[in-house]
Design a protein. Structure first.
Length: 951
């Protein structure tokens, strides 16, 4: 693939040595440059008018499992190398070939034209397979040579010898491929299977020598040294080098000579073998200073810049068999105008034979026309900071010591900051402790602070008293009562009898004061707790007794049960008994600072209903407690919002005790204006108390306002508020209760101080307690009852009698006045009866009787003139037998047309009585019957008696 294209490119690019300047416009390198970032930082990338063919690069990579570590390092070094080559030789193009070999297979071969794709090939390599140490390196090399263009640069990456070295057919193929392609083979060996003199390793040296390559035996950490060299040889066009000399020698002193032509700007001298000394003499026989690229026991590489032309001599003293090779390199970055001014200021300029080569100085990278600073600190192998830390500088780097260290010679040594006050920030009273690389300051005992600041710790004298904690802070201290300042733990699993399967609760991060509440119990057990109990593995119990209130804060030992040992680990906690009967514990982690340990609670200490119904357990002002639920929360007396209820017989006001408690008030603080009359009902289930005021005129300080339609009742409650402080002040909180009722027969009874009425309790299935009333009213509104113990009426007065039923659910019942009659005594069975209503119907013989309402609602109304039924008795009582009639069973209105009404036999009747009614004119006329009505009165008395006989 891609071979045709590559060859065309190769042919067109093989001759030009110039990389730039052909267009003439690029007079300054900056104008055609684009900055870009790579692993060096920002360097300048050229846009190339002409691209130059460079040696193709082939990697033959051992992908057996043992290469895993090598890959990690090689991937980094490879991308660094490719970046660097691109920076040095920005306009070069080459074929990149990746050949893998494993055991027992070799391949695949992958070819790329961009370093990016090639980098991706490399990064996708996976080390796997193999097994025995030597691998199929030779078969792989044959494949690599077959797939690489002439003059390729082949790098074999392996950590093993070649197991296929004995296949002479194969080895011969390799040699003939090397001879025909002139490719150079380099071996980068990071391991050895046996000895360096084994034939499976020697084959590498022989092939390297024959191809003008080299065997690098490096540890992984030294890979960069090799890549430094690759960088030099890859950053140039093909055919820009010449093989000048090669020789194989045995141990001892040897020398060789070679001619150097005038077209070389550098020589590379490569040795392979253990060499003790090397000297190179130029044509003038003066020894040259060699610039070392690599110098290892197994071989070295040197570069000589601007070699003089003539005959050179090389003298070597070696400890074993060795080989030596010299290559000459021609100029690369040549100025088109042969003018040094084209070189970058940070490049050197070398003139030779009419051409000018620009070469970036050490510490810079580029093609000589542009040079960028190398960030030597970016890779460990590009700097030599064996001490301290690397800091990049322009064109170089420095090694600086970390803080706390100072440079002494070529080492960073610890600074003893405690040696002098200028070197540390410790407070004058603190002691300074020097450590390797840092120091610390410690306040003296009895002092508080971080060492940089120290102050006297007031807490050491216990200024907060027995039961309080002293908390020191900078500049002050505060006292905290753990009874009010603590965290609540309410987990049920803490109980020693907990049945929770989850056993991994861990308290090792608990730090501070805690209180146990809830269904698990409120105190720690004082006896050994079970292993695997309390929702944990090693449960913690209190080895000792709980303190009493007077003990204040005490120290106690807690133990944790594990390994059949009740107290395998123990530590100290602080405990305080609090008013209110609970305890708080200061926990600091667990006895053994590990999971899984947790503190237990004793299930026998469970306290139920700690909060009242209108309260809840919550955190307020930093402490937990029972507080009024939000809807009842108060901050002052003005917030007290009692619930007012207007009942038929009374009005009541209900206070939430939590509100009063918040203000330090209670039921005892409340009085009615008439303190003799105080109906207080305490309801623990709702945490309320209720004060009732009867709706009876003249009682309990009730005030009444009455108009034609309504009665408005008012009463006033007083709170005595004792304010805290030295001076006790009494404040009065006045709560006015006010209920307004539409006037009716009942309400109107309440509006008079001493109404005259009769009542009886009745009950009908399922209606609850009912009361039936009968009262006398002054007019036909039936809203102005008579008051007092008796009613005095003149004979001409009209009497208005009202009957009604109150209370319970009576919606389906109506009142039926069955029999209403007058008697001269209070006895309803008095033989003398004057009927007003009989069998639900009015007495037809008394035309003054008028029944306004009967059997139609919960009340009955009737009126009549007084004299007719009073007769000549002084006192008269009115009795009514009433029944409740179920309207859902048919009409209850009496039919008084003379044809009978609904049978009432089964209905229960209730007897009502009101009286006495005293006929006023009997007294005012001195016991005589008035002149104008004598016959009528007699008649009616007679009638009364006849009626009585009929009953
Ligand atoms: C030796 O190498 C040749 C060429 O690669 C190959 O065809 C042959 O199978 C190899 N012989 C053995 C025994 O592996
Ligand atoms: C360098 O010069 C020598 C002799 O003058 C010549 O053989 C050789 O090809 C030249 N090399 C290059 C790369 O130009
Ligand atoms: C060349 O490098 C020196 C430091 O070595 C620096 O001061 C100077 O500014 C550099 N010149 C340019 C053009 O980058
Ligand atoms: C409560 O205790 C904590 C820590 O023990 C403390 O920081 C805080 O100031 C205390 N709060 C009060 C109101 O005392
Ligand atoms: C309780 O223990 C603490 C250290 O844990 C100690 O400072 C303190 O003095 C002890 N208190 C008592 C009353 O022993």
């Amino acid at each position: 693939m891609g071979n045709v294209t590559m060859y065309l490119l190769y042919l067109t690019c093989i001759f030009p040595l110039f990389t730039r300047g052909t267009t003439g416009q690029t007079t300054t390198s900056e104008s055609s440059s684009i900055p870009y970032s790579n692993s060096y930082g920002t360097i300048v990338q050229k846009s190339c008018a002409v691209q130059t063919e460079s040696s193709s690069l082939t990697y033959l990579v051992d992908t057996t499992g043992s290469m895993y570590d090598d890959f990690l390092q090689l991937k980094i070094v490879n991308s660094w190398l490719l970046d660097r080559v691109t920076a040095r030789f920005p306009c070069g193009v080459r074929q990149y070939t990746m050949v893998e070999f494993n055991d027992p297979t070799v391949g695949p071969v992958r070819i790329a034209e961009s370093k990016k794709v090639f980098g991706d090939f490399f990064n996708s390599l996976v080390a796997t397979g193999g097994g025995d140490c030597p691998e199929l390196a030779m078969q792989g090399l044959e494949l690599a040579l077959q797939n690489s263009p002439p003059s390729s640069f082949i790098l074999v990456l392996t950590d093993a010898s070649a197991k296929d070295y004995y296949n002479t057919t194969l080895i011969n193929n390799i040699y003939s491929l090397i001879a025909s392609t002139q490719s150079q083979v380099f071996f980068l060996i990071t391991g050895l299977c046996g000895s360096m003199s084994d034939p499976d390793f020697l084959v590498y040296r022989n092939i390297a020598a024959a191809s003008f390559g080299h065997v690098f035996q490096v540890s992984l950490s030294d890979l960069n040294k090799v890549f430094n060299y690759l960088d030099f040889t890859l950053s140039r066009p093909s055919n820009s080098s010449e093989r000048l000399f090669s020789g194989e020698y045995t141990a001892g002193n040897n020398s060789g000579t070679f001619p150097v032509a005038d077209n070389y700007t550098s020589l590379i001298i490569t040795t392979d073998g253990v060499i003790y000394s090397i000297r190179v003499l130029g044509p003038d026989s003066i020894p040259l200073q060699l610039k070392k690229i690599i110098s290892e026991t197994w071989g070295s590489m040197y570069v000589v810049y601007n070699p003089g032309h003539g005959i050179w001599t090389i003298i070597i003293y070696a400890g074993s068999q060795y080989s030596i090779r010299v290559e000459g390199f021609t100029a690369v970055n040549i100025s088109a105008t042969a003018d040094c001014s084209e070189c970058h200021p940070n490049a050197t300029c070398e003139e030779s034979f009419g051409s000018v080569e620009c070469r970036c100085r050490d510490g810079f990278i580029g093609d000589g026309f542009t040079c960028s600073d190398i960030d030597e600190c970016a890779y460990p192998w590009t700097n030599n900071c064996s001490y301290g830390i690397c800091q990049n500088t322009f064109g170089s780097y420095t090694c600086v010591c970390q803080s706390g260290f100072t440079l002494s010679g070529s080492a960073c040594i610890d600074i003893n900051e405690c040696a002098s006050p200028e070197l540390n920030r410790c407070h004058s009273s603190a002691s300074c402790i020097n450590y390797y690389g840092y120091y610390s300051c410690v306040c003296p005992s009895g002092y508080f602070g971080d060492g940089f600041h120290c102050e006297v710790d007031e807490c050491r004298n216990g200024p907060c008293g027995l039961g309080n904690e002293c908390i020191k802070s900078i500049g002050s201290y505060s006292c905290s009562d753990p009874c009010t300042n603590h965290t609540v733990l309410n987990e049920p699993w803490r109980s020693t009898s907990s049945i929770y399967d989850y056993r991994y609760n861990c308290d090792n991060s608990k730090n501070g004061w805690y209180r146990f509440i809830g269904s698990g119990g409120v105190r720690m057990p004082e006896t050994c707790s079970p292993e695997y109990g309390c929702g944990t593995l090693a449960s913690i119990w209190l080895s000792g007794s709980h303190p009493r209130l007077s003990d204040g804060i005490v120290n106690r030992t807690v133990c944790s049960s594990w390994s059949a040992n009740c107290c395998l680990w123990s530590s100290t906690v602080q405990i305080k008994a609090c008013p209110g009967g609970y305890h708080v514990y200061k926990l600091q982690g667990t006895p053994y600072n590990h999971c899984t340990l947790s503190y237990c609670t004793d299930p026998s200490t469970v306290v139920n209903n700690t909060c009242a119904a209108d309260e809840e357990w919550k955190l307020k002002d930093g402490s937990y407690g029972c507080y009024c639920k939000d809807k009842y929360a108060v901050t002052g007396v003005a917030d007290i919002r009692p619930d007012l209820t207007c009942n038929v017989y009374d009005m009541s006001v209900t206070f939430h005790k939590c509100q009063l408690k918040t203000l330090s008030l209670d039921a005892a603080s409340v009085t009615l204006k008439d303190s003799s009359c105080f109906g207080l009902h305490d309801d623990p289930s709702t945490n309320t108390f209720t004060i009732r005021s009867q709706l009876q005129a003249g009682r309990c300080g009730l005030q009444i306002n009455k108009n034609e339609t309504h009665a408005i009742y008012k009463n006033t409650l007083y709170f005595t508020v004792e304010s805290t402080g030295i001076i006790t002040r009494d404040e009065e909180l006045v709560v006015t209760l006010s209920c307004s009722y539409p006037l009716d027969m009942l309400i109107s009874l309440n509006t008079v101080v001493n109404p005259l009425f009769g009542s009886t309790n009745i009950s009908v299935g399922g209606t609850g307690q009912l009361t039936a009333y009968m009262a006398l009213y002054k007019d036909n509104s039936y809203l102005t009852p008579y008051e007092g113990s008796e009613v005095k009426l003149s004979s001409k007065s009209m009497l208005y009698i009202g009957v009604f039923v109150q209370g319970g659910d009576t919606s389906q019942y109506v009142v039926v006045m069955k029999n209403c009659y007058a008697t001269p005594t209070a006895n309803p069975s008095d033989a003398v009866k004057y009927y007003i209503i009989k069998d639900s119907c009015p007495n037809k013989q008394d035309s003054t009787i008028s029944v306004l309402e009967n059997g139609a609602s919960r009340k009955g109304r009737l009126s009549l003139q007084v004299f007719k039924f009073v007769g000549n008795y002084t006192n008269v009582y009115v009795h009514c037998a009433i029944s409740l009639c179920d309207v859902t069973a048919g009409s209850c209105s009496p039919s008084c047309t003379g044809f009978g009404s609904r049978s009432a036999a089964a209905e229960e009747t209730y007897q009502l009585k009101v009286g006495p009614i005293i006929r006023e004119d009997l007294f005012t006329t001195g016991g005589c019957i008035g002149p104008h009505v004598p016959s009528a009165l007699l008649g009616s008395v007679l009638l009364l008696m006849i009626q009585a006989l009929l009953v």
